[in-house]
Design a protein around this ligand. Sequence first.
Ligand SMILES: NC(=O)c1ccc[n+]([C@@H]2O[C@H](COP(=O)([O-])OP(=O)(O)OC[C@H]3O[C@@H](n4cnc5c(N)ncnc54)[C@H](OP(=O)(O)O)[C@@H]3O)[C@@H](O)[C@H]2O)c1
Length: 319
Amino acid sequence: MKSQRIAVAGGTGKIGRHIVEGLLEIKQQHSLEIIVLSRTHAPEGISYAGSNAPVIAVDYLNQDSIQRVLNEYQIDTIISTLSGDTPDAFIASQETLLRAGLAVPTFRRFAPSEFSIDSEQVKGVKMYQMKLPILRSLEEVKAERSPGSFEYSRFSCGVFMNYLGFGNTKPEGHKAHGYLAHFPWMIDLSKRKAEVPGDGECAIVYTRAEDVGKFVAAATQLEVWEEYNDMAGEVTTFNQVIRVCEEVCGVKFDVKYNTREDIIARMSPDPKAVMSNFQLEFYLAHLDGDCDVKRPINLNKLVDVKPMTVREYLKEWWP
Ligand SMILES: NC(=O)c1ccc[n+]([C@@H]2O[C@H](COP(=O)([O-])OP(=O)(O)OC[C@H]3O[C@@H](n4cnc5c(N)ncnc54)[C@H](OP(=O)(O)O)[C@@H]3O)[C@@H](O)[C@H]2O)c1
């Protein structure tokens, strides 16, 4: 059954905000109720495309505080776009969110905070290990419930294309980033430089954050959720992207190809934080084929969203 009453946890954040805007764009057409859960009440809510979603304060470590809100709004679908200061806080918050939902009679769909490369594929990325416990919980809940009465789906979109906009100098260049943080990911067009894993032939999936919002919103109107909802603006390789960057910028890029030994040598042997080796762990994941496309990109076929390609994005923001 389609989602009708949707709560976006973390919807004030980066990708969360794009998903809220995607939902607000289709809210009137499908008579949806959209609410945003946050640790902080925001009286103005989030407005977009002539619609508004209230931002309601909850305590992610207190099930009752979430349950009350989900009950009041008779929520059927929870989309988690949470992050966390620590893995423990993240794991506990998503689990509490799920438990709160399960105590509400109308609840039947949950999307955990994925929105990247499937966390189960990139187990070498330490930060992403915190995404695994909720998947086990979701599998258990689905197995316990009667068929069709509970669905979950992991939304995977690869890397946000917006990171290719870092350092652009277009008049409204900040818009290239959407609500995301501003930094380059492996390819830095502002310096005409790239640091890529291996020989650069490994696959990379890019989706623009705005398109992720549209894809997720459209997916809420599917009658059935598959356990995977994979989307892509483009499936490409590092070398192909660099070729397009060079073409659009009109200059040759300085590219460093990193061997496994190069990458390991740069890793902190005694990481103080779970994020310390984050990008380097991703280099290894690419080298190991863990970031390859393992399944058909099903969501592109299931919904009518026309995402931006890398070339279209680069032409908008560069040279
Ligand atoms: N594909 C990619 O390239 C890519 C890049 C970055 C992130 N991601 C993924 O996208 C998902 C969301 O990441 P994001 O960067 O969009 O998240 P974010 O903006 O950093 O955080 C989302 C929201 O989580 C809420 N939150 C709840 N408990 C928190 C806590 N203990 N500490 C911090 N925030 C807390 C905050 O909302 P309130 O303050 O309103 O409570 C925050 O705005 C993650 O799964 C992440 O791995 C993917």
